[in-house]
Write a protein of this length. Structure first.
Length: 373
Protein backbone atom coordinates (compact mmCIF):
# COMPACT_ATOMS: atom_id res chain seq x y z
CA UNK A 1 0.00 0.00 0.00
CA UNK A 2 1.41 3.41 -0.93
CA UNK A 3 1.67 5.93 1.87
CA UNK A 4 -0.79 8.39 0.34
CA UNK A 5 -3.27 5.58 -0.27
CA UNK A 6 -2.86 4.59 3.37
CA UNK A 7 -4.19 8.00 4.44
CA UNK A 8 -7.17 7.63 2.12
CA UNK A 9 -7.92 4.17 3.48
CA UNK A 10 -7.67 5.24 7.11
CA UNK A 11 -9.84 8.30 6.54
CA UNK A 12 -12.58 6.42 4.70
CA UNK A 13 -12.57 3.02 6.39
CA UNK A 14 -12.84 4.32 9.95
CA UNK A 15 -14.70 7.57 9.36
CA UNK A 16 -17.65 6.59 11.54
CA UNK A 17 -15.77 4.57 14.16
CA UNK A 18 -15.61 5.95 17.70
CA UNK A 19 -11.96 5.22 18.39
CA UNK A 20 -8.80 6.13 20.24
CA UNK A 21 -5.93 7.18 17.97
CA UNK A 22 -2.54 6.90 19.65
CA UNK A 23 0.92 7.86 18.41
CA UNK A 24 4.01 6.77 20.31
CA UNK A 25 7.52 8.13 19.94
CA UNK A 26 9.09 4.71 20.34
CA UNK A 27 12.77 4.93 19.42
CA UNK A 28 15.27 6.03 22.06
CA UNK A 29 19.05 6.39 21.98
CA UNK A 30 19.75 5.61 25.62
CA UNK A 31 18.85 2.02 26.65
CA UNK A 32 18.00 3.37 30.09
CA UNK A 33 15.09 5.23 28.45
CA UNK A 34 13.65 2.22 26.61
CA UNK A 35 10.50 2.21 28.75
CA UNK A 36 9.97 5.96 28.78
CA UNK A 37 7.16 5.54 26.25
CA UNK A 38 4.97 4.10 29.02
CA UNK A 39 5.21 7.30 31.04
CA UNK A 40 4.68 9.43 27.93
CA UNK A 41 1.63 7.38 26.98
CA UNK A 42 0.09 7.94 30.42
CA UNK A 43 0.66 11.69 30.06
CA UNK A 44 -0.98 11.63 26.62
CA UNK A 45 -4.02 9.73 27.93
CA UNK A 46 -4.61 12.05 30.90
CA UNK A 47 -6.25 14.90 28.93
CA UNK A 48 -8.34 12.36 26.98
CA UNK A 49 -9.75 10.94 30.21
CA UNK A 50 -10.23 14.43 31.64
CA UNK A 51 -12.11 15.51 28.52
CA UNK A 52 -14.61 12.71 29.01
CA UNK A 53 -15.15 13.31 32.73
CA UNK A 54 -18.64 14.63 32.08
CA UNK A 55 -19.50 12.17 29.34
CA UNK A 56 -21.93 9.30 29.65
CA UNK A 57 -21.00 6.13 31.47
CA UNK A 58 -21.09 4.24 28.15
CA UNK A 59 -18.61 6.63 26.51
CA UNK A 60 -16.18 6.43 29.43
CA UNK A 61 -16.49 2.65 29.47
CA UNK A 62 -15.74 2.54 25.73
CA UNK A 63 -12.58 4.61 26.25
CA UNK A 64 -11.38 2.36 29.08
CA UNK A 65 -11.99 -0.72 26.93
CA UNK A 66 -10.02 0.84 24.05
CA UNK A 67 -7.10 1.63 26.37
CA UNK A 68 -7.14 -1.97 27.58
CA UNK A 69 -7.00 -3.28 24.00
CA UNK A 70 -4.15 -0.89 23.28
CA UNK A 71 -2.14 -2.12 26.24
CA UNK A 72 -2.70 -5.74 25.23
CA UNK A 73 -1.45 -4.97 21.72
CA UNK A 74 1.63 -3.17 23.03
CA UNK A 75 2.52 -6.14 25.23
CA UNK A 76 2.00 -8.62 22.40
CA UNK A 77 3.86 -6.52 19.82
CA UNK A 78 6.72 -5.10 21.85
CA UNK A 79 8.98 -5.51 18.84
CA UNK A 80 7.19 -2.59 17.18
CA UNK A 81 8.54 -0.34 19.92
CA UNK A 82 12.01 -0.67 18.43
CA UNK A 83 10.80 1.28 15.39
CA UNK A 84 10.89 5.06 15.05
CA UNK A 85 7.28 5.33 16.12
CA UNK A 86 3.96 3.55 16.41
CA UNK A 87 0.42 4.48 15.37
CA UNK A 88 -2.60 2.56 16.64
CA UNK A 89 -6.34 3.04 16.18
CA UNK A 90 -8.41 1.21 18.79
CA UNK A 91 -12.15 0.95 19.37
CA UNK A 92 -13.95 -0.42 22.41
CA UNK A 93 -14.10 -3.80 20.69
CA UNK A 94 -10.66 -4.27 19.10
CA UNK A 95 -7.51 -2.84 17.58
CA UNK A 96 -8.67 -1.50 14.23
CA UNK A 97 -5.25 -0.62 12.85
CA UNK A 98 -1.68 -0.60 14.17
CA UNK A 99 1.77 -0.42 12.69
CA UNK A 100 5.26 0.96 13.16
CA UNK A 101 6.15 4.22 11.43
CA UNK A 102 9.28 4.93 9.41
CA UNK A 103 9.84 8.34 11.00
CA UNK A 104 9.41 9.46 14.62
CA UNK A 105 6.00 10.74 15.67
CA UNK A 106 5.04 12.77 18.76
CA UNK A 107 3.43 10.85 21.60
CA UNK A 108 -0.22 11.88 21.76
CA UNK A 109 -3.75 10.48 21.94
CA UNK A 110 -7.10 11.57 20.52
CA UNK A 111 -10.58 10.15 21.10
CA UNK A 112 -13.39 10.69 18.63
CA UNK A 113 -14.98 9.67 15.36
CA UNK A 114 -12.50 8.66 12.71
CA UNK A 115 -8.70 8.56 12.73
CA UNK A 116 -6.55 11.50 13.84
CA UNK A 117 -4.25 11.76 10.80
CA UNK A 118 -2.13 14.91 11.16
CA UNK A 119 0.90 13.28 12.89
CA UNK A 120 1.03 10.63 10.15
CA UNK A 121 1.32 13.21 7.38
CA UNK A 122 5.12 13.41 7.43
CA UNK A 123 5.40 9.63 7.08
CA UNK A 124 2.81 9.68 4.29
CA UNK A 125 4.86 12.34 2.46
CA UNK A 126 8.03 10.25 2.28
CA UNK A 127 7.40 9.17 -1.29
CA UNK A 128 7.13 5.88 -3.11
CA UNK A 129 9.62 3.16 -4.01
CA UNK A 130 12.43 4.05 -6.40
CA UNK A 131 14.98 2.03 -8.35
CA UNK A 132 18.72 2.48 -7.76
CA UNK A 133 21.36 1.36 -10.25
CA UNK A 134 25.07 1.08 -9.47
CA UNK A 135 26.99 0.77 -12.73
CA UNK A 136 30.37 0.33 -14.29
CA UNK A 137 31.23 -0.66 -17.87
CA UNK A 138 30.78 -4.39 -17.23
CA UNK A 139 28.42 -4.73 -14.28
CA UNK A 140 25.08 -3.42 -13.01
CA UNK A 141 23.49 -3.83 -9.58
CA UNK A 142 19.79 -3.06 -9.27
CA UNK A 143 18.16 -2.13 -5.94
CA UNK A 144 14.67 -1.18 -4.80
CA UNK A 145 14.76 1.79 -2.42
CA UNK A 146 11.88 2.75 -0.11
CA UNK A 147 12.26 5.97 1.91
CA UNK A 148 13.64 6.76 4.33
CA UNK A 149 16.46 4.17 4.19
CA UNK A 150 15.15 0.74 3.13
CA UNK A 151 17.27 -0.86 0.40
CA UNK A 152 16.67 -4.26 -1.17
CA UNK A 153 19.09 -5.80 -3.67
CA UNK A 154 17.02 -7.03 -6.63
CA UNK A 155 19.52 -8.44 -9.10
CA UNK A 156 23.04 -8.32 -10.61
CA UNK A 157 23.81 -8.28 -14.32
CA UNK A 158 27.02 -8.56 -16.33
CA UNK A 159 27.82 -7.25 -19.79
CA UNK A 160 28.11 -9.84 -22.56
CA UNK A 161 31.53 -11.46 -23.07
CA UNK A 162 33.96 -9.51 -25.23
CA UNK A 163 36.71 -12.10 -25.09
CA UNK A 164 35.41 -13.91 -28.20
CA UNK A 165 36.03 -10.79 -30.26
CA UNK A 166 38.91 -12.07 -32.39
CA UNK A 167 37.00 -15.19 -33.44
CA UNK A 168 34.01 -13.09 -34.49
CA UNK A 169 36.22 -10.63 -36.39
CA UNK A 170 38.26 -13.26 -38.24
CA UNK A 171 41.28 -14.43 -36.22
CA UNK A 172 43.79 -17.06 -37.26
CA UNK A 173 41.59 -20.04 -36.56
CA UNK A 174 41.51 -23.23 -38.63
CA UNK A 175 43.95 -21.78 -41.12
CA UNK A 176 41.98 -18.57 -41.75
CA UNK A 177 44.00 -15.46 -40.95
CA UNK A 178 42.36 -12.20 -39.85
CA UNK A 179 42.73 -9.32 -42.22
CA UNK A 180 42.41 -6.73 -39.45
CA UNK A 181 45.38 -5.68 -37.38
CA UNK A 182 46.67 -2.85 -35.18
CA UNK A 183 44.58 0.21 -34.46
CA UNK A 184 41.56 -0.91 -36.50
CA UNK A 185 41.20 -4.10 -34.50
CA UNK A 186 41.58 -2.17 -31.23
CA UNK A 187 38.93 0.30 -32.36
CA UNK A 188 36.55 -2.51 -33.25
CA UNK A 189 37.16 -4.13 -29.88
CA UNK A 190 36.40 -0.87 -28.10
CA UNK A 191 33.20 -0.43 -30.10
CA UNK A 192 32.14 -3.95 -29.22
CA UNK A 193 32.74 -3.30 -25.53
CA UNK A 194 30.61 -0.14 -25.72
CA UNK A 195 27.89 -2.05 -27.54
CA UNK A 196 27.82 -4.71 -24.85
CA UNK A 197 27.82 -2.03 -22.13
CA UNK A 198 24.90 -0.18 -23.72
CA UNK A 199 22.99 -3.42 -24.15
CA UNK A 200 23.50 -4.13 -20.45
CA UNK A 201 22.42 -0.61 -19.43
CA UNK A 202 19.33 -0.66 -21.66
CA UNK A 203 18.21 -4.00 -20.22
CA UNK A 204 18.70 -3.00 -16.60
CA UNK A 205 17.02 0.40 -17.15
CA UNK A 206 13.95 -1.38 -18.51
CA UNK A 207 13.96 -3.60 -15.43
CA UNK A 208 14.41 -0.56 -13.17
CA UNK A 209 11.23 0.99 -14.57
CA UNK A 210 9.35 -2.10 -13.35
CA UNK A 211 11.05 -2.14 -9.94
CA UNK A 212 10.21 1.51 -9.17
CA UNK A 213 6.64 2.53 -8.40
CA UNK A 214 4.76 4.51 -11.03
CA UNK A 215 6.02 7.86 -9.71
CA UNK A 216 9.28 6.57 -8.27
CA UNK A 217 12.74 7.89 -9.13
CA UNK A 218 15.42 6.02 -11.05
CA UNK A 219 18.79 6.78 -9.45
CA UNK A 220 21.84 6.20 -11.65
CA UNK A 221 25.03 5.75 -9.63
CA UNK A 222 28.53 4.51 -10.34
CA UNK A 223 31.47 5.69 -12.40
CA UNK A 224 31.15 9.07 -14.12
CA UNK A 225 31.30 7.60 -17.64
CA UNK A 226 28.84 4.84 -16.85
CA UNK A 227 26.33 7.24 -15.32
CA UNK A 228 26.54 9.53 -18.37
CA UNK A 229 26.12 6.57 -20.72
CA UNK A 230 23.14 5.21 -18.79
CA UNK A 231 21.50 8.63 -18.66
CA UNK A 232 21.65 8.82 -22.45
CA UNK A 233 19.83 5.47 -22.64
CA UNK A 234 16.95 6.28 -20.24
CA UNK A 235 13.70 5.29 -22.03
CA UNK A 236 11.42 8.01 -23.38
CA UNK A 237 9.04 9.31 -20.75
CA UNK A 238 11.35 8.50 -17.84
CA UNK A 239 13.90 11.29 -18.31
CA UNK A 240 12.33 13.52 -15.64
CA UNK A 241 12.50 10.68 -13.13
CA UNK A 242 16.20 9.91 -13.65
CA UNK A 243 18.64 11.20 -11.02
CA UNK A 244 22.35 11.01 -11.88
CA UNK A 245 24.58 10.17 -8.93
CA UNK A 246 28.18 10.27 -10.08
CA UNK A 247 31.24 9.01 -8.23
CA UNK A 248 29.38 6.39 -6.26
CA UNK A 249 31.89 3.63 -5.60
CA UNK A 250 30.73 0.47 -7.35
CA UNK A 251 32.04 -1.48 -4.34
CA UNK A 252 30.06 0.62 -1.84
CA UNK A 253 28.18 -1.26 0.87
CA UNK A 254 24.40 -1.47 0.80
CA UNK A 255 24.33 1.02 3.69
CA UNK A 256 26.41 3.49 1.68
CA UNK A 257 24.24 3.02 -1.41
CA UNK A 258 21.09 3.62 0.66
CA UNK A 259 22.54 6.78 2.20
CA UNK A 260 23.65 8.15 -1.16
CA UNK A 261 20.29 7.35 -2.79
CA UNK A 262 18.37 8.92 0.11
CA UNK A 263 20.42 12.13 -0.13
CA UNK A 264 20.01 12.34 -3.91
CA UNK A 265 16.27 11.73 -3.81
CA UNK A 266 15.77 14.17 -0.94
CA UNK A 267 17.67 16.87 -2.84
CA UNK A 268 15.65 16.30 -6.03
CA UNK A 269 12.34 16.27 -4.15
CA UNK A 270 13.31 19.49 -2.36
CA UNK A 271 13.82 21.16 -5.75
CA UNK A 272 10.52 19.77 -7.02
CA UNK A 273 8.64 20.92 -3.90
CA UNK A 274 10.09 24.41 -4.20
CA UNK A 275 9.08 24.60 -7.87
CA UNK A 276 5.55 23.38 -7.12
CA UNK A 277 5.12 25.88 -4.27
CA UNK A 278 6.37 28.78 -6.37
CA UNK A 279 4.10 27.76 -9.23
CA UNK A 280 1.09 27.72 -6.89
CA UNK A 281 2.04 31.10 -5.41
CA UNK A 282 2.37 32.57 -8.91
CA UNK A 283 -1.03 31.13 -9.84
CA UNK A 284 -2.45 32.64 -6.67
CA UNK A 285 -1.01 36.06 -7.53
CA UNK A 286 -2.48 35.84 -11.02
CA UNK A 287 -5.87 34.69 -9.66
CA UNK A 288 -5.37 31.39 -11.38
CA UNK A 289 -5.51 27.81 -10.12
CA UNK A 290 -3.64 28.45 -6.91
CA UNK A 291 -4.53 29.66 -3.44
CA UNK A 292 -2.36 30.66 -0.48
CA UNK A 293 -3.03 31.22 3.20
CA UNK A 294 -5.17 29.52 5.79
CA UNK A 295 -8.54 31.23 5.31
CA UNK A 296 -8.41 31.13 1.50
CA UNK A 297 -7.45 27.46 1.49
CA UNK A 298 -10.19 26.65 4.00
CA UNK A 299 -12.73 28.36 1.71
CA UNK A 300 -11.64 26.33 -1.31
CA UNK A 301 -11.75 23.12 0.71
CA UNK A 302 -15.34 23.97 1.65
CA UNK A 303 -16.10 24.42 -2.06
CA UNK A 304 -14.36 21.09 -2.82
CA UNK A 305 -12.08 22.92 -5.22
CA UNK A 306 -8.69 21.65 -4.01
CA UNK A 307 -6.66 19.27 -6.18
CA UNK A 308 -3.37 19.34 -4.18
CA UNK A 309 -2.95 20.49 -0.58
CA UNK A 310 0.55 21.38 0.63
CA UNK A 311 1.33 22.06 4.29
CA UNK A 312 4.61 23.03 5.90
CA UNK A 313 6.17 20.96 8.65
CA UNK A 314 5.94 23.96 10.97
CA UNK A 315 2.22 24.44 10.29
CA UNK A 316 1.37 20.79 11.00
CA UNK A 317 3.43 20.79 14.21
CA UNK A 318 1.97 24.10 15.43
CA UNK A 319 -1.65 23.56 14.36
CA UNK A 320 -2.21 19.78 14.42
CA UNK A 321 -5.98 19.95 14.93
CA UNK A 322 -6.41 22.50 12.13
CA UNK A 323 -4.17 20.39 9.90
CA UNK A 324 -6.18 17.26 10.71
CA UNK A 325 -9.45 18.90 9.67
CA UNK A 326 -7.92 20.13 6.42
CA UNK A 327 -6.39 16.72 5.66
CA UNK A 328 -9.75 15.00 6.21
CA UNK A 329 -11.51 17.50 3.95
CA UNK A 330 -8.88 17.18 1.23
CA UNK A 331 -8.96 13.38 1.32
CA UNK A 332 -12.74 13.46 1.16
CA UNK A 333 -12.62 15.30 -2.17
CA UNK A 334 -9.88 13.17 -3.69
CA UNK A 335 -7.06 15.70 -3.32
CA UNK A 336 -3.43 14.75 -2.89
CA UNK A 337 -1.68 15.96 0.27
CA UNK A 338 1.98 16.59 1.02
CA UNK A 339 3.90 17.95 3.98
CA UNK A 340 7.04 19.76 2.83
CA UNK A 341 10.27 20.76 4.52
CA UNK A 342 13.31 22.85 3.62
CA UNK A 343 13.12 25.85 1.28
CA UNK A 344 9.59 25.02 0.12
CA UNK A 345 8.34 25.02 3.72
CA UNK A 346 10.16 28.27 4.54
CA UNK A 347 8.58 29.95 1.52
CA UNK A 348 5.00 29.01 2.36
CA UNK A 349 5.57 29.79 6.05
CA UNK A 350 6.74 33.29 5.14
CA UNK A 351 4.27 33.99 2.34
CA UNK A 352 1.22 31.83 3.01
CA UNK A 353 0.90 30.93 6.72
CA UNK A 354 2.24 27.46 5.94
CA UNK A 355 -0.64 26.47 3.62
CA UNK A 356 -1.02 26.49 -0.17
CA UNK A 357 -3.18 24.52 -2.58
CA UNK A 358 -3.44 23.84 -6.27
CA UNK A 359 -7.06 24.18 -7.37
CA UNK A 360 -9.29 22.27 -9.71
CA UNK A 361 -10.49 25.56 -11.23
CA UNK A 362 -9.67 29.26 -10.93
CA UNK A 363 -11.47 30.73 -7.88
CA UNK A 364 -13.26 33.41 -9.91
CA UNK A 365 -14.65 30.89 -12.35
CA UNK A 366 -17.30 28.28 -11.52
CA UNK A 367 -16.36 24.65 -11.97
CA UNK A 368 -17.05 23.24 -15.42
CA UNK A 369 -20.47 21.68 -15.90
CA UNK A 370 -19.66 20.14 -19.27
CA UNK A 371 -20.49 16.50 -19.65
CA UNK A 372 -19.03 14.00 -22.02
CA UNK A 373 -20.93 13.86 -25.25
Amino acid sequence: MSRSHELVTLASQFRDELALTVYLHASVEDPADRNVWQVELEHALEPVRAGLAGASHGTRTALHAAIAHLREWLIAERGALRAAGVVAVVSAERVLYARATDLPVPTLARWGRGVYLAPLLRNASLGVASAVLVLDAKHASLFRFVPPRHLERVEEREAGPGGDFERRMGSAVDGFHAGTRGGTAADDAARLRLTERDRLFSAVLARAADVADAEGWIVLGGTTRSVAAAQALVPDGLEERAIPLERLDVHASDFEVAQAAADAIEAREAVRDREVVRDILEEHGARGRGVAGLSATRAMLEREGVADLILSERFVAGHPDEADVMVAQALGQGATIRQVQGDAAVEIDERAEGVVARLRYAPMAPPSTETAG
